[in-house]
Design a protein around this ligand. Structure first.
Ligand code: SAM
Ligand code: SF4
Length: 348
């Protein structure tokens, strides 16, 4: 069942796929596509300093393979593609990836939305071309505003490059612009207010993430995690926080600061999981579909893509992945097993 050319696509795909609904009634609309496991930083909560086992270059999906999967996913009701990694801007064909995906029309006749999560380092040189290619939304990660801390935390002395990336993002006009920070005890938990004020100055929304057990070194320690309650208590000393209703499937719960217009988000995957509304699937850079960040099961698209499989088989694998989705992750269960892949190889 090969898909027709893009020009005829919006009419023809209407019949290709039913929505991707799991056995708990969740409809999947968001596909996170990891473009590489490589990165220009080595954040302690994500990657080891040395000795990372990289994915084999031959197994990394090509531009054509990513587009093929994305077209089937869009026909099945995926409306947002978030490009991530590793560091997505390290892909040499990143502008073309954005252009190809942005050209996909969903069954409703609307184009899909293209978002990206990045460490920002290559944004100054690449952002104009990415916007021209169809990038619509941007999240940039920044955990600290202090150079010495940044160097320690990421094991690279590149804070200035990230700040330049955020300045480029602000200037690009892409909104809402979101800044992400993993809150860490005795590392950056004295900078939460500074980070929110920094975000406000850059017309961005700050979002704090509870640290999750996804580091390649398996060193996560619940006792050292900064919780959503602690984050809110710290921010409450500076602002009056009012919850924003209508979160939908978004991972971040939001609070208005002093009645608005600015707000802050918290992604509390550990202490306040939001699995009941999860609408996300993930595709790793080596063609594995995952139905949860914390899943230990993967659905392998590579044999289908490389041994002459057709679009119906890609669709079938997407549906198997969705069918296998558990009601929630088990981080808080004593039997929880951390996935073998680190966050950089899953796609955050
Ligand atoms: N390199 C890009 C970046 O850092 O934005 C994209 C990939 S990174 C894996 C995506 C997001 O995952 C980042 O915001 C990062 O802070 C977050 N992240 C990585 N490891 C994490 C962990 N163990 N717990 C919580 N968030 C994590
Ligand atoms: Fe790289 Fe992002 Fe992981 Fe940091 S969080 S090491 S920037 S992939």
């Amino acid at each position: 069942m090969p898909l027709p050319p893009a020009s005829a696509q919006s009419a023809a795909v209407a019949g290709l796929g039913a929505p991707l609904v799991d056995t708990h009634g969740r409809v999947h609309r968001d596909l996170r596509i990891s473009l590489t496991d490589r990165c220009s930083l080595r954040c302690t909560y994500c990657m080891p300093e040395q000795g990372n086992e990289w994915l084999a270059k031959t197994s990394i999906l090509s531009l054509d393979e990513i587009e093929r999967i994305a077209r089937v996913a869009a026909a099945d009701g995926i409306t947002t593609f978030r490009l991530t990694g590793g560091e997505p801007l390290l892909r040499t064909d990143i502008v073309e990836v954005v252009r190809r995906l942005a050209g996909i029309i969903g069954p409703s006749g609307s184009p899909v939305e293209i978002a990206m999560t990045t460490n920002g380092i290559r944004l100054p040189e690449l952002l104009p071309a990415l916007v021209d290619a169809g990038l619509q939304r941007l999240n940039v990660s920044i955990d600290t505003l202090r150079r010495d801390r940044f160097r320690e935390l990421t094991r690279r002395d590149r804070l200035e490059d990230v700040l330049a990336g955020i300045a480029a993002a602000e200037a690009s006009g892409l909104r809402p612009l979101k800044l992400n920070a993993v809150a860490m005890r005795d590392v950056n938990d004295d900078e939460l207010v500074d980070l929110v004020e920094f975000a406000i100055r850059h017309d961005a929304q700050m979002r704090f993430i509870e640290q999750m057990p996804l580091d390649a070194g398996h060193t996560w320690d619940r006792a050292r995690m900064v919780t959503q309650d602690e984050i809110l208590a710290t921010l409450s000393a500076r602002w009056t926080l009012t919850p924003v209703p209508g979160r939908g499937g978004a991972p971040a719960a939001r609070w208005m600061l002093d009645g608005g217009p600015h707000s802050v988000g918290v992604i509390a995957s550990v202490t306040a999981p939001f699995c009941g509304d999860c609408d996300r699937l993930r595709l790793t850079a080596d063609g594995q579909l995952r139905n949860c960040l914390f899943s230990t099961t993967e659905y392998d698209l590579l044999p289908i893509l490389r041994a002459g499989g057709d679009e119906g088989e890609i669709d079938g694998m997407l549906r198997s992945c969705v069918r296998g989705k558990m009601p929630g992750h088990a981080i808080n269960d004593p039997s929880f097993l951390q996935p073998a892949r680190g966050m950089n190889a899953i796609g955050g």
